[in-house]
Design a protein around this ligand. Sequence first.
Ligand code: OXD
Length: 311
Amino acid sequence: MTTLLLRVDSARAEQWRQSMQDLLPELNCRLWTDVTPPDCSAELAAVWSPPAGGLAKLKRLKAVFSIGAGVDHVLKDPDYPQTVPLFKTIAPELSQRMVEYVLLHTLRYHRRLPELAAQQARGEWQILLSPLAHERTVGVLGLGHLGVQVAFALRDFGFNVQAWSRSQKQHKGIECFAGAQQLKAFLANCEILICLLPLTPNTRTILNAELFAALPQGAYIINVARGEHLVEEDLLLALEQNLAGATLDVFVTEPLPSKHPFWQHPNITITPHIASMIDPLVGSPVLAGNIRRFLANEPLSELRVDVHRGY
Ligand code: OXD
């Protein structure tokens, strides 16, 4: 019997195992935890942030499934067995969560909710107007699967949407910029900037002082990609200069340490990496479907990751 190893967050490990076992009765679904070493005869692994060197011990491994749209948590392992195919997990029901999260926080900034909340705390009645959505420019950094869905949702809502990606893309109703040479031109009008880039050596620390300085006065940042995209000290300084606020769902260290200055910052909103969380209920049917397709030798090209490129 083929063994599927599951390396998932400890709080929901048994729930994941049980639902995957129910969906894939033909497989032997086993957990790999900090206290249960991996079954080295496993042919398949579905993982979130496996410990370095762990996957390399699985000598019969045929495929690895990232329990996430991102794969940096797998490829940060220098011993990742490069010849084993790696697949990401994407599906409309999973993008929906990201779209909801980004729309929520974009609208919050667009309709000036932080300023209204501050007025309420002061017991102050003062009308604060917002421009109409089409007069508001929202920028999306990254046009991968999630970036595209988010950009379309913002466009369809009526915002003036621009997007930036490494290579040139074209999407109806979205002004697309590409490459390092067009980054500044893209940033110049972004009143709300959303980071949805994959984490690679080229994008690590991209949210830095130079990028912030290129944004208009009063701009907002929403980072739903990875904590390592952001230079934390640069954000704190930029919030004293031209930035008005930031919403952060991801951090270099997760959980965010209790003494971290972001917690108490009046203009930073923190959420615990939940923007597009893949939970067992919604995620396991998607993952099980992908594993079945792999076992049936169906092409999974839209999910296959280029391990050298990193996405
Ligand atoms: C993901 C995530 O990569 O939730 O899907 O961060």
